[in-house]
Design a protein. Structure first.
Length: 205
């Protein structure tokens, strides 16, 4: 099967409704999320929650019986809520939508396709919102080139990931290895935080 098409989604209505929850949440809650959920501890919690969700959803759903042709607007709403939850730092957008699609009964391959086909509007919307707010606040001198380089690097890595996920064998793999990786990363951050807290307490005594 060919790689997922960003520009010819099979269910336009599904893509539109999946965009609404993250768009609304991002517009209303972006600053609060950045202020309260951007700490190492909350990021570790997001990583761990995402890992547990991915692993549990993949294990519970087995091979999955549903195909793309059966996708409904309700599926789009569930995927949209999953994308909104991924606004929390540490929670992967791709991971959360894969878990949601697997829980809705889609096969691993079709879950990957759905996850990628609903991604483009959210990525464009988030980029536009960030750019507009950055312009309002003003970009510090000397940061513009680095910001542009980071944007192009992110775009290039996304395209490369899309090509990799176009490989049918990759898209049929279990989500467990990704869940384990994210879980281990979360535990590493938590261990580091506890060590720093212990050292800080010891110095104060």
């Amino acid at each position: 099967r060919a790689a997922p098409s960003f520009f010819k989604p099979p269910h336009l209505g599904l893509v539109v409704i999946s965009f609404l929850p993250p768009a609304l949440a991002g517009y209303l809650l972006e600053e609060k999320i950045e202020r309260h959920l951007g700490t190492p501890g909350t990021i570790a919690a997001g990583l761990l929650a995402g890992a547990l969700g991915m692993g549990a959803a993949d294990a519970h759903s087995g091979p999955g019986r549903r195909s793309l042709a059966s996708a409904t607007m309700r599926d789009g709403l569930v995927l949209g809520i999953a994308q909104a939850l991924a606004l929390a730092p540490g929670v992967s957008r791709n991971g959360s939508t894969l878990a949601a699609a697997r829980l809705r009964g889609f096969s691993r391959e079709d879950a990957q396709t759905l996850s990628w086909e609903i991604a483009l509007p959210v990525i464009i919307g988030a980029s536009a919102l960030k750019s507009a707010r950055a312009c309002q606040r003003g970009i510090p001198a000397g940061v513009g080139k680095a910001l542009a380089a980071g944007t192009f690097a992110s775009f290039g890595s996304t395209l490369l990931s899309a090509r990799c996920l176009g490989d049918t064998r990759t898209r049929r793999r279990s989500l467990l290895p990704y869940a384990v990786y994210r879980g281990l990363l979360a535990l590493l951050v938590i261990t580091r935080l506890r060590r720093n807290s212990t050292e800080h307490a010891a110095r104060n005594h």
